[in-house]
Design a binder for this molecule. Structure first.
Ligand SMILES: [Zn+2]
Length: 217
């Protein structure tokens, strides 16, 4: 009731192009195949590059827009195999309190629900602030920020979910925390990837079939 009143006064708009409608409109979602990037020990699949509409989508997600989380969750679901265990990369407790939502957790839950998988919200960001606003050097140095206290992952293969992959440090840190808890990370799914240097070498994007890339690790 309150929601529908707000919708009349402030109708929802696409986070990227401002067209009327919830989340991200179809015209702004990438129509191309997902982008594949190989990190040191992890394959990453992204819906699109971190620019234009997908950058706007990630920023809206960080600002707590639930409608954007739902649309992105549905888009990520198309990359999820049925039965997969999705582990979202969490934001800090302070940011979650400020926004009232953890956007990435919301994306992972929606994707797991649609794809017939499960979402295990078992990681905790334990120190420091978010990556936003940090220099590239600071982000590269921010190791050991995640903790996985759960025994639920022991012996299981999981798929990480995050909003954006820039240096890859966050995903590698999360993979480390999951391995310390006895789990194994199969790959990572992200909304967007920044196509630039990773770890001193070019992050050669692979636009070929992603299932072929996944078998090389
Ligand atoms: Zn749009």
């Amino acid at each position: 009731m309150w929601r529908s009143f707000l919708d009349v006064v402030f109708p929802a708009q696409c986070a990227a192009c401002n067209a009327l409608g919830r989340g991200i409109c179809n015209a702004c979602l990438p129509a191309t195949a997902p982008i594949c990037v190989r990190l040191k020990r992890l394959n990453v699949l992204a819906l699109g590059p971190y620019e234009g509409a997908m950058r706007a989508a990630v920023l809206a997600l960080k600002d707590g827009r639930r409608d954007v989380a739902q649309v992105l969750g549905a888009a990520i679901a198309s990359l999820v195999r049925s039965g997969s265990l999705l582990v979202p990369v969490p934001t800090t407790a302070a940011r979650r309190r400020a926004r009232g939502i953890d956007g990435v957790v919301s994306v992972a839950r929606t994707a797991a629900h649609i794809a017939g998988g499960e979402c295990f919200d078992v990681l905790e960001q334990c120190a420091g602030d978010t990556q936003r606003g940090r220099s590239r050097a600071q982000r590269m140095a921010a190791h050991g920020r995640f903790r996985c206290d759960s025994n639920a992952l022991a012996g299981l293969a999981v798929t990480l979910v995050d909003d954006v992959c820039t240096t890859g440090t966050t995903l590698e840190d999360c993979a480390e925390a999951i391995e310390a808890a006895g789990g194994r990370v199969e790959c990572a799914l992200v909304v967007a990837v920044a196509l630039r240097e990773t770890d001193g070498r070019p992050a050669a994007p692979n636009t070929g079939p992603w299932w072929r890339l996944r078998t090389t690790s």
